[in-house]
Design a protein around this ligand. Structure first.
Ligand code: ADP
Ligand code: MG
Ligand code: MG
Length: 881
């Protein structure tokens, strides 16, 4: 078994396809080497060795040693230098890199191999004393931090002292003598924390560093990052040992990060930042303010052109936007990393659409490249433009991650988590962020930092999370628990608003508005629809996979249509009753003493409901509309206050005492398992009959105006065949009457929800009386798991934390358990009714993994809330791909 893979001297043993084994970084270093792109040579220790490290109780396996030494020797031969050599030492970096990129999550050590002797050799051979000592002090700092866990600040403090003494602000202004001093102090810091001298043996340094990289796989921030990003099933991190090239050699050297397209907007424009005379993470750390890549064209046109060539080649080769790290040593360019660039949702869509236009990728690939989460980002809110016009920003920083956010200021990531747990909305305000802050960054509505560039930690992470972020906002000063902007002080708990698309920061809580569908997005989603309705399904004799929406009002219906909904999968009639004029009559109906009184109230309700339905039919203009008959327990509608009770008693013509008794009689111990759904229909058929009449009268009226209408009448909570048989009988009777009277021709369907577990078991019986099934997986989950939907907050979070559950089953459909019932219901239903139309309504209908399940299970459509419709369109297309 090969444990180590070499790259250098024009060829590499690995390739881009070997990410699982070599990690993304290692695989791409190998690939670039084979492409002939300038990459310093080195070798990659496989991710399997990381797994072995943990199997051996956090120690590298012994048989790894020989293989690494062999490859080190190969590297020394190619470079013509030896690790630790007193005259001309080879220096290497030791870098982590898992199969999935985890930016900044694990640590890199640069300049390994330096010691008190080698530093002099480096000085002599390069004739650059400042450089030699700058490299050494960086190495002690990184090694101390990564291997020994000494905080960066402990070293920073010493550096600050030396800079202060010298009266300079930037470390580039320190000379060799100053840096020697820094090294002396750094060694003292090292000794103070470890009670050991800084190790002088390069082999000790190397192995400790390798073990530390393996060890970093299981540090808190890495574990958290994987959790937040749903990354699991990886072996571990690979370790890359790479010959050093030096960006800190002088003013003809530098280091930078660049993207082949703009990762914020997706614009086809070379984009990036670099620093002269700097090394490694200096750009990302936000310590010095980096320069725009375009300025390199003026200062070093030769290198700039090389870099442009390389990025074009890499983008063409990988057929995706590349995120590259490079170093220039004395006017020579080296690539140190390339990967598919992280991008905002807007950029993901633009790049995908543009690349189809440029003939680089296919439409199918384009659809596969945008995650539902990224698509969702472009539907992020913005500040209401009318409101925004009236205010001046208190500060402006970099537009690091789009979307607007408003919240109360907190100054630490921990506080952000605490406040959000208490139900508050917060903006995390910090000088800069680090991987430790990831929990708080995730909890916050938005992030504001006062230092760092577009590729700083805060910016990169916020873009990935889709959290609005203003970074590098130098116009605010943050000191402890205070933020000062334009001379005014803001403290913890004060409201501010930020616009991540422009970089502006405003005082106070501003109104946010939802965005609209435009341009590339429309194109992109139309491709998603094309794929979803692709002949692919037709070939298998399947119908298209539809996206419907849950909408109770004409406005919602209209919005959902604009978002691309192809029908209404769930219109809840009870919401209509909560309107001022209707609730009164509805209550009158509920408390009616006898049938006659009830029918009197229902007569008044009929035209009101009819009008509502007409509005919805009109808005859906020819698309199917599934209307669910009354579902919730009646007591939800009864008046609660004394005053309202008195008023209702008067209208109903009974005493308040009588009314109170009536209300008491409606009380249920377990209302969600009580007198609701079809059970109301059975006990008060006149209520359901009125609703059916209203639906059909509305359908007749609208169809007579020349608008096609497809009503689908849905009976909820059915668990027994007789329930459905009886209700269908009532409905058909009413429908016949109405259509005879109106002389309209309306195509209608009658179906049922499948939400009581028993319904799935007898679905073959139910299907004889149903034209369609709609799975109500909210109730189905509640009743199958026996988890009260309204009370899961008290224990499910702990279930998830302890790993008992992966996800909240009300958010993501439990495919293992409840999924079986869904599949059973579908196959049983279709066994007796081949033409049965089947869909899902409820929360799961808008959740990508559940949508995929519904598709696989053979449903005809999913239905979700209007705002989720675009995400569902994409998720559905990706399921079909
Ligand atoms: P990360 O995974 O956090 O991006 P890297 O392993 O890419 O960490 O290292 C961070 C930075 O360190 C690189 O972008 C590069 O600037 C610098 N670096 C790493 N290895 C070398 C090397 N062999 N020579 C010069 N610089 C290096
Ligand atoms: Mg890197
Ligand atoms: Mg239900």
């Amino acid at each position: 078994e090969k444990r180590v893979y070499f790259f250098g001297g024009g060829s590499a043993e690995g390739s881009a396809g070997m990410k699982d084994l070599l990690g993304g970084k290692g695989a791409n270093l190998a690939e670039m080497t084979n492409l002939g792109i300038p990459v310093p040579p080195g070798f990659t220790i496989t991710t399997k060795m990381c797994a072995a490290y943990y199997e051996h109780g956090r120690k590298h396996p012994d048989d790894l040693v020989e293989e690494v030494e062999e490859h080190l020797h190969r590297l020394e031969t190619i470079e013509g230098k030896k690790l630790g050599d007193a005259k001309d030492p080879l220096l290497v970096s030791v870098r982590s890199g898992a199969a999935v990129s985890m930016p900044g999550m694990m640590d890199t050590i640069l300049n390994l191999g330096l010691n008190d002797v080698a530093v002099e050799g480096l000085h002599t051979i390069t004739k650059n004393e400042r450089f030699a000592w700058d490299s050494y002090r960086r190495f002690i700092n990184m090694y101390g931090n990564v291997v020994k866990g000494i905080p960066h600040e402990a070293f920073e403090k010493e550096l600050e002292k030396v800079k202060y003494k010298k009266g300079v602000e930037e470390d580039t202004h320190l000379d060799a003598a100053d840096l020697k001093e820094v090294v002396k102090f750094y060694k003292q810091v090292y000794k103070k924390h470890t009670h050991e001298d800084f190790p002088q043996d390069p082999k000790t340094q190397l192995w400790e560093a390798i073990d530390a990289v393996f060890g970093s796989w299981m540090n808190d921030k890495a574990i958290k990052y994987r959790k937040f990003n749903d990354i699991d099933g990886l072996l571990g991190t690979a370790v890359n040992v790479v010959a050093m090239v030096f960006g800190n050699f002088g003013d003809d050297s530098g280091t930078g990060v660049c993207f082949s397209r703009d990762p914020s907007t997706g614009e086809k424009q070379f984009y990036g930042e670099y620093l002269i005379n700097a090394q490694g993470e200096d750009v990302v750390a936000g310590i010095r303010t980096p320069l725009k890549i375009s300025t390199l064209e003026d200062t070093n046109p030769v290198i700039y052109k090389q870099l442009v060539d390389v990025k074009d080649r890499l983008e063409g080769h990988y057929r995706d936007m590349q995120d590259m790290e490079f170093t220039i040593q004395q006017g020579k360019l080296y690539l140190l990393q390339t990967r598919n660039g992280k991008r905002t949702g807007a950029a993901a869509i633009k790049v995908a659409v543009d690349m189809v236009g440029e003939g680089i990728i296919t439409k199918e690939e384009a659809i596969g490249r945008v995650t539902p989460g990224q698509l969702e980002q472009v539907f992020h809110p913005a500040i209401n433009p009318a409101v925004k016009k009236q205010y001046k920003p208190i500060a402006k920083g970099l537009n690091a991650s789009p979307g607007a956010a408003t919240g109360q200021i907190v100054f630490s990531a921990d506080e952000a988590e605490v406040w959000v747990e208490k139900g508050k909305k917060v903006l995390l305000v910090r000088p800069e962020t680090s991987p430790e802050d990831i929990g708080g960054m995730n909890a916050a509505e938005g992030i504001l930092t006062s230092t760092g560039g577009m590729t700083s930690h805060a910016a990169v992470v916020a873009r990935g999370m889709g959290t609005p972020c203003v970074a590098g906002c130098k116009e605010v000063q943050i000191v402890g628990k205070k933020m000062v902007a334009k001379g005014k002080e803001y403290k913890e708990g004060d409201w501010i608003t930020l616009d991540g698309a422009t970089g502006e920061v405003f005082e106070g809580q501003m109104e946010l508005v939802e965005p609209e569908v435009t341009g590339e997005l429309t194109t992109f989603l139309s491709w998603a629809d094309e794929i979803r309705n692709h002949s692919f399904r037709a070939q298998r004799g399947l119908k298209g996979f539809g996206i419907r929406t849950n909408a109770d009002t004409p406005q919602d219906a209209k919005r959902a249509r604009d978002f691309g909904a192809e029908g209404i999968g769930l219109c809840r009639t009870e919401h209509m009753f909560f309107e001022e004029d209707k609730i009164r009559i509805f209550r009158e109906m509920i408390v009616a003493a006898d049938l006659e009184a009830r029918q009197k109230a229902l007569k008044k309700l009929l035209p009101l409901q009819q009008k509502d339905f007409e509005g919805i039919f009109q808005a859906m203009n020819g698309l199917p509309v599934t209307i669910r008959l009354l579902d919730p327990p009646l007591h939800e509608f009864v008046p609660k206050t004394d005053e309202a009770i008195k008023e209702l008693a008067k209208v109903a013509g009974i005493s308040t005492g009588q009314l109170k008794n009536k209300i008491k009689s409606l009380h249920e111990e377990n209302p969600m398992l009580g007198h609701r759904g079809v059970r109301l229909g059975i006990t008060f058929p006149e209520v359901y009959r009125m609703q059916v009449e209203a639906i059909m009268r509305a359908a007749s009226a609208v169809s007579k105006k020349g608008v096609a209408v497809i009503p689908e009448i849905m009976i909820p909570l059915v668990g027994h065949i007789r329930e459905l048989e009886i209700m269908r009988g009532h409905a058909e009777e009413v429908i016949k009457q109405v259509l005879q009277e109106t002389k309209a021709e309306v195509d209608y369907k009658i179906g049922t929800m499948i939400e009581v577990p028993r319904a799935t078991l007898v679905a073959d019986q139910l299907a004889q009386y149903a034209d369609f099934f709609s799975f109500g997986t909210n109730d189905l989950t509640q009743m199958t798991y026996g988890f009260s939907r309204d009370d899961v907050g008290s224990f499910v979070p702990q279930y998830i934390q302890e790993g008992i559950l992966q996800d909240d089953p009300f958010a993501k459909l439990d495919q293992d358990g409840i999924g079986q019932l869904v599949e059973l219901g579908i196959s049983k239903g279709r066994s007796t009714n081949k033409n049965l139309k089947i869909g899902i309504c409820g929360e799961h209908g808008g959740e990508p993994s559940s949508i995929e399940f519904c598709y696989r299970a053979g449903m005809n459509y999913v239905s979700c809330s209007p705002f989720r419709v675009p995400v569902a369109r994409l998720a559905a297309a990706q399921s079909v791909l």
